[in-house]
Design a protein around this ligand. Sequence first.
Ligand code: GUN
Length: 292
Amino acid sequence: MTAQIIDGKAIAATIRGEIKTEVEAMQAQHDKVPGLATVLVGERKDSQTYVRMKKKACAEVGIASFSHDLPADISQADLLKVVQDLNANPDVHGILVQLPLPDHIDEEEILSAISLEKDVDGFHPINIGRLSMKRRDPLFVPCTPKGCIELLNRTGVTIEGKRAVVLGRSNIVGLPVAMLLLHRNATLTICHSRTQNLPQVVHEADILIAAVGRPEMVKGDWIKPGAVVIDVGVNAVEDASAKKGYRLVGDVDFAEAKEVASAITPVPGGVGPMTIAMLLRNTLDGAKQGLA
Ligand code: GUN
């Protein structure tokens, strides 16, 4: 069997088109556009790239973006002040503090300071708490997990009653995507570095979400024939034949897995573009709340 390739790039482009239409309607009817503030602390290359991509995507759909590029040695108090000012700014409907923050910053305090109504990343402890409980809808759901579910929805995959295995338990992906699968009535297993017999556990999955950050760790024979595989990993591996000297691979050995799975996301071009599309969606939804 050769799997259907789930084209996240194309699905995300469709979603961005839907958002652009809604933003244009908002501007026409209310003379207002959604606004996203990006807060970047320090000079990590990967974070700079992600933030640049997020701002570019905003511009393409007509969402205003407000950049705050701050020095790596900013104090906790000064960073808090930036967040508080953005909370008070009526043109800003979403606040994105790019993670990770430098070690001297108390991340939880910063994320807790973001107004719940502007928490478009969904990382505020109250939004995460609500996500983790039954019938307590968070105002916003984290973007990468939301993108994974949207990929399953738009590919026509049934989640209810299926065995879902999440590989990884990070705050940003593993934990929230597990909660979303549970809310959709999947039977859920969360695996991590201490899981015993990992290949056998993964082999039980009808739906596998891989988010551990280990290049090509999941081999073809770990995967149940016909499973749906969502690969969240983005890992740079050396490749002398590539122009940049490296190439990006997922957490799943794609060449092997596509011969076993029924559907699989590629890396790049799978989950990555969906994260940004969901950020735009959350920002638009935040701006719409203000119109109600
Ligand atoms: N770092 C890695 N992924 C994310 C994300 O989705 N949002 C933020 N703010 N930081 C990240």
